[in-house]
Write a protein that binds this ligand. Structure first.
Ligand code: IPD
Length: 273
């Protein structure tokens, strides 16, 4: 079947614009917060409202398409990635940041067809930053081309990682051990509370690499394409091929740096999406 990718893209951007308005309006107000898998895994009414807006809008435009949305999956829907066009959505990545009015948050939408990413949009409505990519057409920030740093030396790299929303002590120990490993070997390590924004920072060269354990496909689907189109490299936490459903990632401005980081990481197994 022929796909009208331009239509998919413009429809997605128009909906992201509407969703951005919802987030900006809610950002500084008091939020109704609920917990999910742990006391630090949060959801607000805005996460749900934005996900409904995006999924309903895309469903109306493209009734045969499939959807994986963070809050729908939390609500019990299956997380299945098949060959049909599938929109993978995180309505508010960095919900903890959003709750605290820490301004790094993102709407993330990736479209995959036959399991391959073809459209990626990560928008931070609070800072007015919209990162976009389409397969084979480059990556952009507010319409201007971006590229990765190309850094190959770990000793000169600025890294990003996350501490995650799991309270599993064993996992935390691995995360902290890995943090210590890198603090001793690179320029610095940052944790900003949103995988999607961290991935856009790799894509634009603001950081040289990002690694994380325990996020989900909706945290990585759009970022994968944006990084690839910006010239970056992604692999598994253990250095093997990148797998969107594995909940593990290393991405960097060069293959050499990504592989070196993966080679130093202590491993931890997780249930797949
Ligand atoms: C979370 C953020 C966080 C990461 C978690 C994610 P959410 O997404 O990306 O940085 O550490 O693993 O689940 O829940 O804020 O959309």
């Amino acid at each position: 079947m022929a796909h009208d990718l331009d239509l998919y893209y413009t429809t997605c951007l128009a909906l992201v614009e509407q969703a951005s308005e919802v987030i900006v309006k809610a950002f500084s107000k008091a939020k109704k917060v609920e917990t999910k898998s742990s006391d630090i895994d949060l959801v607000t009414e805005t996460d749900k409202e934005v996900e409904d807006l995006l999924i309903n809008g895309l469903k109306k435009a493209f009734p045969s398409h499939k959807f994986i949305g963070e809050e729908s999956v939390s609500g019990g829907e299956k997380c299945v990635l098949g060959d049909d066009p599938t929109w993978i959505i995180d309505p508010v990545d960095g919900t903890m940041n959003f709750v605290h009015t820490f301004p790094l948050i993102a709407i993330s939408i990736g479209l995959l067809i036959e399991k391959k990413p073809v459209i990626g949009v990560i928008c931070n409505p609070v800072l007015g930053q919209s990162y976009t990519a389409r397969l084979g057409q480059g990556a952009f920030l507010n319409g201007k081309p971006i590229k990765v740093s190309g850094q190959t030396e770990l000793s000169k790299a600025l890294l990003c990682t996350e501490f995650g929303t799991s309270t599993d002590i064993e996992k935390r120990e691995v995360v902290l051990k890995n943090l210590t490993t890198f603090l001793a070997r690179c320029h610095g390590v940052r944790g900003i509370g949103t995988c999607c924004c961290a991935m856009t920072m790799v894509a634009s060269g603001a950081v040289d690499a990002f690694c994380h354990l325990g996020m989900h496909c909706w945290d990585m689907a759009a970022g994968q394409l944006i990084i690839e189109e910006a010239g970056g490299f992604l692999c598994d936490y253990g250095g093997g091929p990148f797998d969107l459903m594995s909940r593990r990632i290393v991405c960097a401005g060069s293959e050499k740096l990504a592989k070196e980081i993966a080679g130093l990481l202590e491993q931890f197994e997780l249930e797949r999406d």
